[in-house]
Design a protein around this ligand. Sequence first.
Ligand code: ATP
Ligand code: MG
Length: 416
Amino acid sequence: MLTQAPKGTQDMLPANAYRWQSIEETMRRICALAGYREIRTPMFEHTELFQRGVGDTTDVVQKEMYTFNDKGGRSITLKPEGTAGATRAFIEAHLFAEPMPCKMYYVSCPAFRYEKPQSGRLRQFHQNGVEVFGAKDASVDAEIIALALDVLKANGIENLKLAINSIGCPTCRQAYLEKLKEYLQPKLSGLCKTCQERFSRNPLRILDCKEDGEKLTDAPSMLENLCDECAGHFEKLKQYLEAAGISYEIDSRIVRGLDYYTKTVFEIITETENGPLTVCGGGRYDGLVEELGGPATPGIGFGMGVERMIMVQDAQNAAPKAPALYDAFVVTMGDEARLEGMKLVRELRAAGVRSDLDHAARSMKAQFKYADKVGAARVLVLAGDEMSQGMVKVRDMNGGAEQLVPRDQVVSFVKG
Ligand code: ATP
Ligand code: MG
């Protein structure tokens, strides 16, 4: 127990840090190109925020939240997703008073869900995502979809399929849900236990059940029951996607199941050898700001799973190469050389050269071995006669070539 991480959690170990960092940098770079700025919200919020913001009837709130009372007796929940916290912050900081739209992104945002751990499903995972407030035109729906695809492609991920749907607005959805329930009622006893529970609280979600979805392909479609406004929005979305050169599939089984989603919902799915894997999910939530007590403001966003992106990169051989730890490793012999080595490393680092010297009091031979193991591109030797003559021996660890460089030129030599 003591040395075992809790079930459903993962360490990010130093050797893999560059994977996360590269995914974070990609997200920051692409978001900045489109005028998105970063937001970071607390890791926990009042439980009520998620009950209202994610929705009491959802699986996440009903079964998956990490909820506890703090010492002050408040009910606190570790955030299961990013949208509710960002929306709370948007209202609390009166960001609605600033020029709209308000476009923001987050990177490596931890999310906590008490799920059955399995491949691609953790209890603490991380999301990159965006939220846009104050933009009701479907152009922004297309913008965030394009952005998500750009991010995934820039991370080397291929075989991406975009599936879009509309789940309407409270007006047209209510009438549709009645039709859907009429259709589902006689089939209810043949559905899984979860879906039987969902029937009264969240019937839409039955459509994307992994077990039952296949049996329900002839269910009435939300798309055929949209009101004029929602249907018009969906038409415009398709036009904007086409204008942006983005191909899509319409999948009426994508419902996303959060109470305040309205109109556009989408998922980006990639093929892996273990079958399809959803790497990104998002949608419009035009009712959320108002539901949480702010002025009526449209909103839209997506979240993408960082661990899933890493899984897919591995599966598709798209992982970036690990950068070398050091450009130069300073090998020394004797106390005097170690002091000189300390100075040289300070100079190298000040010049932007990633470098180090031996800190484990190893023999010269062992220092070379170490430098080779950690993949230093060059070794700089401070030892013997060469050192007393003011020279440094520079060895190229890839080719093995050696050359003597005057001590006062060695930093610029290595840099060049
Ligand atoms: P799923 O249908 O796979 O349960 P979801 O609809 O619950 O997904 P979202 O709430 O849309 O997922 O979260 C956005 C993204 O976060 C998902 O597309 C996925 O990449 C990732 N994700 C969701 N749950 C987990 C989890 N338990 N472990 C790892 N990644 C997750
Ligand atoms: Mg889920």
